[in-house]
Design a protein around this ligand. Structure first.
Ligand code: SF4
Length: 482
């Protein structure tokens, strides 16, 4: 638990988010008095002083202050920056830890750059601003600028009438050790898959009427693992997509094939036949010992085999996901993974950093293993970045993990012209997404006002099957004015 006291301002959120960078996954409370039981942070912004103090069980640990012109009327942005800066300086000094993302606490650093560019700065000026005023390391600021410029290009090409369709298949062959998604093990749910598809196709047909009024730019089938459907089921689903949406005129049609142990030659051919333009084959690591450890029941050779089969079937835009910080892995293991991936030369590589929240159930399982240190994770990120560069891939989308020490970034890299457009659209909340399936969230974006509304489907597969009509009613109501 961390307590904090505000003096001269009323911006508790700013205090909490920057304290969280140093002390994540605690409970944070605003208070009036210094606590005798835990840490207390005092945040000050008054009388020309911005500052911070830290106490541990009542014992004074340190103070940071800087002055500003009292006559200066600070705008809200500047107030927030001063509050965060004081706490950042104090906690950096006391903990000896300098977060590479400085006081930038949002999950979309590229957005900060784009906002600065929109306010009139050049890219270079925005980069300097991030380094000087937000204390972001040069390396991360440069990465943010590259991503920001790529995102700008993608978002600029958006038409007001563009929408995306998301379809969720929440089944997986087994559950991965680190999984935090809605995923149902196939061996338990085998008998429900056809019923699930019945309900899903009903929802797809329902969405058709709305989609007809718009231009379906992207279709994304995700999960779970969509290829955990058998050949006949996959064909049935993709046929339903064909019948209800203008697939041939979409810019991007992705199936997150995902786990190599679910992908067969026939499924790859089925996807091609239905004009799927982008697939994911996600190894996560190319180290066999790690694959065994995380509960993947396939070999490194299987991954390569599936990749070559996909090429043979004509898939010319393949993404591969990897995860940094898997149990027992070091930067050398990531280098090996990237080396192996480089030989395959996929169009996209998406690099995730493993998020293991200290208080989570996941963490209990991970207690058997050593968690990756901050320094090692930084090394891994550099290794992946350097390899991506060597492979001729550019970073085009990025978001940061929330509430984690380091709040490391996940980065999408791609060959020129093969950007995963849907990824950017969903991250920037720039486009309406009609979502179908258990746990899926439809998001409507009013392009004139920027207003975003969400319509949620139930998460459980059983509820989704039995309450599909209620889901459709919910959608109808939510899309009334759409
Ligand atoms: S493949 Fe993905 S969704 Fe399925 S269990 Fe593993 S992490 Fe979870």
């Amino acid at each position: 638990m961390i307590k904090f006291i505000l003096k001269g301002h009323d911006l508790p959120h700013e205090v909490q988010t920057i304290v969280q960078v140093f002390y994540p996954n605690r409970h944070y409370y605003e208070t009036d008095e210094i606590s005798n039981e835990t840490f207390t942070v005092i945040s000050i912004l008054e009388n020309g002083i911005s500052g911070a103090e830290l106490y541990d069980c009542g014992e004074f640990l340190g103070r940071y202050t800087e002055s500003y012109e009292e006559s200066e009327i600070l705008n809200i942005k500047e107030k927030k920056r001063k509050i965060k800066t004081a706490i950042f300086k104090l906690l950096t000094d006391i903990t000896g830890y300098t977060p590479v993302w400085g006081i930038l606490t949002g999950i979309r650093p590229a957005k900060t750059i784009n906002d600065l560019i929109d306010e009139g700065m050049t890219g270079e000026e925005a980069l300097e601003f991030l380094c000087d005023k937000y204390f972001v390391s040069r390396e991360k600021a440069e990465l943010s600028l590259k991503v920001a410029l790529e995102e700008r290009k993608i978002l600029k090409s958006d038409n007001k009438k563009d929408v995306s369709i998301y379809i969720g298949i929440p089944f997986c062959p087994t559950r991965c050790l680190y999984c935090s998604f809605t995923s149902y093990p196939l061996f338990q749910y085998k008998d429900k898959v056809d019923l699930y598809l019945d309900a899903l196709i009903k929802e797809i047909k329902f969405v058709k009427d709305y989609a007809l009024k718009y231009n379906v730019k992207n279709i994304y089938i995700g999960g779970g693992t969509p290829t955990s459907l058998n050949e006949q089921q996959l064909d049935r689903l993709l046929t339903a997509v064909d019948e209800n949406f203008d697939v041939k005129n979409t810019l991007e049609y992705t199936v997150e094939a995902g786990r190599p142990d679910t992908i067969t030659e026939e499924k790859l051919i089925i996807m091609k036949k239905h004009n799927v333009s982008r697939i994911s084959i996600n190894p996560q690591t190319m180290n066999q010992k790690t694959l065994d450890l995380i509960g993947r029941r396939h070999s490194v050779e299987d991954i390569k085999d599936v990749f070559y089969k996909a090429r043979k079937a004509g898939h010319d835009n393949i993404n591969m996901d990897i995860i940094l910080g898997l149990p027992e892995e070091k930067a050398e293991d990531v280098a090996h993974t990237m080396e192996e991936i480089m030989k395959l030369s996929p169009e996209n590589v998406t690099v995730h950093t493993l998020a293991v929240k200290r208080a989570s159930r996941l963490k209990e399982q991970f207690d058997l293993y050593t968690l990756t240190s901050l320094e090692e994770m930084e090394k891994m990120l550099s290794v992946s970045y350097n390899y991506a560069e060597k492979m001729g891939l550019k970073p085009y989308y990025m978001y940061r993990q929330k509430n984690m020490v380091g709040s490391f970034e996940n980065v999408g890299y791609c060959k020129e012209g093969t950007e995963g457009v849907y990824n950017v659209e969903i991250m920037e909340e720039n486009q309406t997404i009609f979502a179908c399936g258990a746990g899926a969230t439809t998001k409507t974006v009013d392009k004139n006002t920027g207003r975003i509304e969400r319509i949620f489907n139930v998460k459980s597969v059983d509820d989704y099957i039995s309450r599909i009509d209620e889901m459709l009613e919910r959608k109808k109501e939510g899309l009334k004015e759409f």
